[in-house]
Design a protein around this ligand. Structure first.
Ligand code: ADP
Ligand code: MG
Length: 490
């Protein structure tokens, strides 16, 4: 997905290096969340792993080729917009594919790999066989298996803070990770509200079991991904491979099963997979946003299966836990935040750890990019943004206001008929920015500028793009305005 030179916004990329990868990625996801609904964000964007950042070149890893196709087909434009907003007009993005195909890891595993070797390899294998004691296990490529698991190494028990609200879920998860499939905690169902650590715990189970070698074949999937793969398998006549694949797992982890609601065929397949794995004493771990019996649109048989094991809930974190989470984040980032600031943020965001982290990253971004001190004023500002502006978009009016202030003219002039050169120029810049920062159509933008038609807006965008390319002075000015917009908006 190469990124074109479509004009866009924001920070000068030069001072962004690998240390900033985390918050560049966080900002990127934030912008994506403004354009894409939560479920697809979770399914298609959260599993992406940012790998590196060099100047304005971002490299990420996708779990498999299927992701690539899907993103390319559905989110290409959105990704480009977000990328240019975060890293500037010359930003580029490359992908690394962790696993060419979902079933690849399956083929590679010794216990299911084809037993007949290609003739060309025969000699080598015999040679090798002579040097290996007969009892030795066949070589397992652990990296390969790990990549095939879709696990994200970021989520561990070590960096999961224990608190009143999550202690039972955490203990159950650790128990399962130590003895996958062998306890009565099968399935383990963890349920609770948004941003409370369900995904973190599910992933931590997979990571810990893989590390302690209690399981080698692990797969973590969102229920949406499970469904998409299932439908894909049906379309490609691969349902047998699909079933065999899942039934060969040591641990099957499916996140947010509430999204399987109403999907009868997928549920039916899941039901059979569940039974087989359970009989084989293989571990199943699930999460949901509510207690299993409260999920609507679910096959009763499936619900009753969930109750075979253990269901634990996660409650919102208490103040100490919230403080500890912020403290841990800042320690990891090697940043010292005054205690009163940490306490202020932690006492104001009570029910969603993702928001808590969002606030933290907003503060850090401003601190690093604007050299703002990490004080209460900054915390208050970040908090306002995070709590009031979840999903809030900047409007054409706000852009007009910022541009008018920048050029020290009245906002009304931007909407008036006047053709005075400086005014016309400011107006064109405002149109251009409105196009880049809002999802308003050309027509709507034109209406905001005194009822001009869409071709005027196109002309403005072209003029400003060209002017930026020709004149460093203009480019600089626009970057300053864009920075202003980002800060107001962010
Ligand atoms: P959920 O899946 O319940 O919506 P997540 O697992 O995605 O929530 O958690 C949201 C964010 O909060 C993640 O970045 C996660 O790492 C972090 N988080 C949640 N609980 C904890 C915790 N107890 N300790 C540290 N980080 C946590
Ligand atoms: Mg989750």
């Amino acid at each position: 997905m190469p990124v074109d030179n479509s004009p866009a916004s924001s920070f000068a990329p030069a001072d962004v290096d690998h240390a900033d990868l985390a918050f560049v990625w966080d900002r990127f996801l934030k912008i994506i969340r403004e354009h894409v609904k939560p479920l697809p964000v979770m399914t298609w964007f959260e599993p992406i792993r940012p790998l590196s950042l060099q100047n304005d070149h971002l490299k990420v890893q996708l779990p498999n080729a299927f992701f690539y196709d899907w993103l390319e087909e559905h989110y290409n434009a959105t990704i480009q917009t977000a990328l240019t907003q975060v890293l500037g007009p010359t930003a580029s993005l490359t992908y690394e594919i962790a696993q060419p195909d979902l079933f690849d890891g399956f083929d590679k595993h010794p216990s299911v790999a084809p037993s007949v070797e290609p003739a060309a390899n025969e000699y080598d294998h015999k040679q090798l066989a002579r040097n290996i004691p007969p009892s030795e296990e066949p070589q397992i490529d652990h990296d390969e298996l790990y990549r095939a698991s879709f696990l994200n190494p970021r989520y561990t028990f070590d960096n999961f803070i224990r608190g009143d609200g999550n202690q039972f879920a955490r203990a159950a998860a650790m128990n399962v990770a130590n003895n996958p499939g062998l306890t009565s905690f099968n399935p383990l169902v963890i349920y609770g509200g948004v941003g409370l650590g369900k995904t973190h715990l599910l992933q931590a189970i997979g990571n810990a079991s893989f590390q302690n070698k209690k399981a080698t074949k692990i797969i973590y999937l969102s229920s949406e991904m499970f469904t998409v793969q299932f439908v894909d398998a049906i379309e490609n006549n691969k349902t047998k491979e699909f079933s065999d694949f899942f039934r060969s797992m040591d641990i099957l982890i499916i996140d947010d099963i509430q999204f399987l609601s109403g999907k009868e065929k997928t549920q039916e397949n899941f039901f059979h997979t569940f039974n087989t794995l359970h009989q084989l004493k293989k571990q199943i771990v699930l999460s949901s946003d509510r207690a299993p019996k409260e999920i609507r649109g679910f096959d009763e048989r499936l619900i009753s299966r969930f109750l075979w094991g253990v269901t634990v809930d996660i409650q919102p974190p208490d103040l100490e836990t919230r403080i500890a989470i912020l403290q841990m984040r800042s320690d990891q980032d090697n940043i010292t935040i005054p205690r009163e600031v940490v306490e202020f943020v932690a006492s104001n965001i009570k029910t969603n750890i993702r928001e808590l982290e969002g606030c933290y990253y907003t503060m850090i971004a401003r601190h690093m990019l604007d050299q703002r001190p990490l004080d209460l004023a900054l915390a208050e500002e970040a908090l306002r943004k995070v709590t009031s502006s979840v999903q809030k978009q900047i409007t054409v009016e706000q852009i007009q206001k910022i541009v008018a202030e920048f050029f020290n003219i009245s906002e009304n002039l931007l909407r008036a008929k006047t053709r005075k050169q400086e005014i016309a120029f400011a107006r064109q810049i405002a149109m251009y920015l409105a196009k880049n920062f809002t999802s308003a159509s050309l027509k709507t933008i034109g209406l905001h500028f005194g009822g001009r038609d869409h071709s005027t807006v196109i002309h403005a965008c072209q003029t400003i793009s060209a002017a930026q390319a020709d004149d460093p002075d203009i480019k600089e000015k626009i970057q300053q305005i864009e920075k202003q917009i980002s800060l107001t908006h962010f």
